[in-house]
Design a protein around this ligand. Structure first.
Ligand code: ZN
Length: 115
C-alpha cells in the first residue's frame, strides 16, 4: 500500500474505535448507575455488596477485552497489520520509516501501486 492508503485505513480504524468505545461505555455506565441506585435502595444488594462489586469489575474487564478484540479484528480486516509478522502497525513508525516497527518489513511503497 502507499501512504495515502495507510492514512485512509488509520482514519477508518479511528472512526471505528470511537464508535465501539461509545457503544461499550453504555453498559459500563448503565451498570454503574444501576449499582449506585441499588446499593442505596435495595437491601439485598447492600447485603451482597462485595459480590456485586466484583461482578462489576468482571464486566469492565470483559467489555475492555471485547473492545480490544474488536479493534484488532477490524485492523486485520482493513489491513492495518504487517503482512509478514501480523503485528499491528504503529502509525508514526510506519509513516516515518515506511517499515514495520517490529520486523522491518517494508509496509509503504512510494509509488501509487498497492501491494
Ligand atoms: Zn512486521
Amino acid at each position: 500500500m502507499n501512504k495515502g492508503e495507510l492514512i485512509e485505513k488509520l482514519d477508518i480504524q479511528k472512526k471505528y474505535g470511537s464508535k465501539i468505545i461509545r457503544i461499550a461505555l453504555l453498559p459500563i455506565f448503565g451498570y454503574a448507575g444501576f449499582g449506585i441506585f441499588a446499593m442505596t435502595r435495595i437491601s439485598f444488594v447492600q447485603r451482597n455488596r462485595i459480590c456485586f462489586s466484583s461482578c462489576y469489575l468482571f464486566i469492565i474487564f470483559f467489555v475492555v477485552g471485547i473492545i480490544f478484540w474488536l479493534l484488532f479484528r477490524n485492523m486485520r480486516r482493513i489491513g492495518l497489520v504487517c503482512s509478514k509478522c501480523q503485528k499491528m502497525l504503529d502509525k508514526e513508525t510506519a509513516l516515518t520509516t515506511l517499515k514495520c516497527g517490529k520486523c522491518g518489513e517494508i509496509i509503504i511503497t512510494g509509488n501509487g501501486t498497492s501491494q
